[in-house]
Design a protein around this ligand. Structure first.
Ligand SMILES: Nc1ncnc2c1ncn2[C@@H]1O[C@H](COP(=O)(O)OP(=O)(O)OP(=O)(O)O)[C@@H](O)[C@H]1O
Length: 295
């Protein structure tokens, strides 16, 4: 099965001085059967990329292929499920009716009850969409994305507005869908979630791919460790410690250092015998990788 392929894709909006380049020669391959998380700061082009994959817009330049074909073709669209950031759900329908309506648009949908169970909406099945809480509305949007039994799922910021319990349930459902062989692309600003659940992480900025790899590979790119402690060393002294790549110090004298060689840094601190307290050494997180890449 083919995944998603974007080759040298550019997308501009507006003209003249108002022209905005949302995607700028983007090359992206989303492999079939994988869960890929697309990260990037606001305005990086994530939603624009998804709208091209959904066939809602055409690229200004370049080529978009989904399941080996142009996503604007009628044969491809029913095989893609999408959960946009904001979805227009018929407010007067109950949850079950909305799911059944959407199921009726597809040739081989999933059973409505199965989907309500997967999205943790069984208890709200007879409530009108207009009367749902914010988190329940997101879960209904998720149910509507899934009910058509799509091979490809494109999900824009799924967990925004969900409480901690709903987020956990959402990620459990994602794992079930992934295990059934679907190709899933989702955008998120929750880096820990991407780190835990995605096979692959793509970081975008200014309409291009900055980095692409497993969460582990991205962490390895920023390298090593984060070392924090309290001392009376000033920033210039901290920057001169061995192997320090990045240094910050706050008003309380708490140093926050990035290094690939924490052992030699700590060795030097002990040698100097300058007092330091509240030592913490941790591995670089995906958040560190993200900030380094996009700063
Ligand atoms: N229809 C449009 N008309 C004009 N400009 C647009 C349009 N859609 C997107 N843009 C611009 O394109 C750029 C990329 O926007 P996009 O929504 O794809 O980013 P994003 O990465 O999804 O951001 P966010 O994390 O805030 O959702 C932004 O500068 C945005 O203002």
């Amino acid at each position: 099965m083919n995944g998603i392929e974007l080759q040298e894709v550019s997308k501009t909006f507006g003209a003249g001085s108002k022209r905005v380049t949302a995607l700028d020669g983007l090359n992206l391959h989303i492999r079939a059967g994988e869960l890929t998380a697309l990260l990037g700061p606001n305005g990086a082009g994530k939603t624009t990329a998804i709208s091209l994959m959904l066939g809602l817009a055409a690229p200004t330049r370049g080529q978009v292929r989904v399941l080996g074909a142009d996503p604007r073709q009628d044969t491809v669209r029913p095989r893609i499920g999408s959960m946009p950031q904001e979805s227009a759900i018929p407010q007067a329908l109950t949850v079950r009716e909305a799911a059944a309506l959407f199921a009726s648009f597809y040739p081989a949908p999933l059973a409505v009850d199965e989907v309500l169970k997967l999205t943790d909406l069984q208890g709200a099945a007879n409530r009108r969409a207009g009367a749902l809480s914010g988190g329940q509305k997101r879960r209904l949007a998720f149910a509507l994305a899934v009910v058509g039994n799509p091979e490809i799922l494109l999900i824009d910021e799924p967990t925004t507005g969900m409480d901690a319990g709903s987020r956990l349930a959402f990620w459990d459902a994602m794992q079930v869908l992934r295990a059934s062989g679907r190709t899933i692309l989702l955008t998120t600003h929750y880096l820990e979630e991407a780190q835990r659940s995605a096979d692959r992480v793509v970081v975008m900025n200014a309409g291009q791919v900055l980095a692409d790899g497993t969460p582990e590979q991205l962490r390895a790119q920023v390298g090593g460790a984060r070392v924090q402690f309290k001392s009376d060393l000033v920033l210039a002294e901290l920057q001169r410690l061995p192997g320090v790549e990045q240094a910050e110090v706050d008003a309380h004298g708490r140093a926050d250092l990035r290094t690939r060689t924490p052992e030699s840094l700590l060795g030097e601190l002990y040698r100097r015998q300058s007092p330091f307290t509240e030592l913490e050494v941790s591995r670089a997180s995906l958040e560190d990788a993200f900030l380094t890449l996009t700063s």
